[in-house]
Design a protein around this ligand. Structure first.
Ligand code: ZN
Ligand code: FE
Length: 254
């Protein structure tokens, strides 16, 4: 079993701590800050082995240097971001494999939000750590890549098994869901999901993780071919990538 601990930090970031009890190895995904991670490590009696970064934004790497200083862990990040993430020990790219005890993650390149963005897919554990590429009912903003690039990246995530748990880096779900309802108001799965989401948030609970299956049913950025969504975009017959670009623009201009 891979233990996964979700640590909410800053306003809406999630840090994930992963632990393999057989080997004792521990990894942290996107430590925005160091202190809350150190606190959980102490409480659990775990030693940090690795930091895994999805991209270079400060709300994903802010705790890197302090954690490395205090624990001696190794920092793993996209090889394309080595010049802009301090103290990286190992640069990785698409198809590289990272081991955590007997568990392993495949690196998938997902340019779009940033040009070096990568995600970590633990196939046997049904867990995807996708940073700011895919959110619950949403996707990342285009800071460095084109809509076509992010769309291409999302096609890779769409193809993962539907039971894959989606551990994204932000709690943006409610706002994403409100936008989703404007473009696909008659999607029943979406309507039902929003009722659950509002209830979770009213109780201060996280809405993350979801699953790839839930995202395929509710996330407009994975649903460019949905007839009900296309009907709401004036019955467009444009290719999916153009519908995606349009959705991204609509969301940006809210
Ligand atoms: Zn980001
Ligand atoms: Fe972020």
């Amino acid at each position: 079993m891979l233990d996964i601990i979700q640590i909410p930090v800053l306003i809406d970031n999630y840090i994930y701590l992963l632990h393999d009890s057989d080997s004792g190895e521990t990894a942290v995904i996107d430590p925005a800050v160091a202190e809350p991670v150190l606190a959980v490590l102490t409480q659990k009696g775990w030693q940090l082995s690795y930091i895994l970064n999805t991209h270079h934004h400060s709300d994903h790497i802010g705790g890197n240097v302090e954690l490395k200083r205090q624990t001696g862990c190794q920092i793993i990040a996209s090889e394309f971001d080595k010049h802009r993430i301090p103290s990286v020990d190992r640069g990785v790219k698409e198809h590289d494999v990272i081991n955590l005890g007997t568990h392993s993650a495949q690196v998938i390149a997902t340019a779009g939000h940033t040009s070096g963005h990568i995600v970590y897919y633990f196939a046997e554990d049904n867990a995807l750590f996708c940073g700011d590429t895919l959110f619950v009912m949403g996707c990342g903003r285009l800071f460095e890549g084109s809509a076509a690039e992010l769309w291409q990246s999302l096609q890779k995530l769409k193809a993962l098994p539907s039971k894959t748990r989606v551990y994204c880096a932000h709690e943006y779900t409610q706002a994403n869901g409100r936008f989703a309802l404007t473009v696909e108001p008659d999607n029943i799965a979406l309507q039902e999901k929003m009722i659950q989401i509002d209830e979770l948030r009213a109780n201060g609970l996280p809405t993350v993780p979801s699953t790839i299956g839930e995202e395929l049913a509710t996330n407009p950025f994975l649903r460019e071919d949905s007839p009900s969504l296309r009907k709401n975009l004036n019955g467009t017959t444009n290719p999916a990538v153009e519908v995606f670009a349009k959705l991204r623009r609509l969301k940006d201009n809210l």
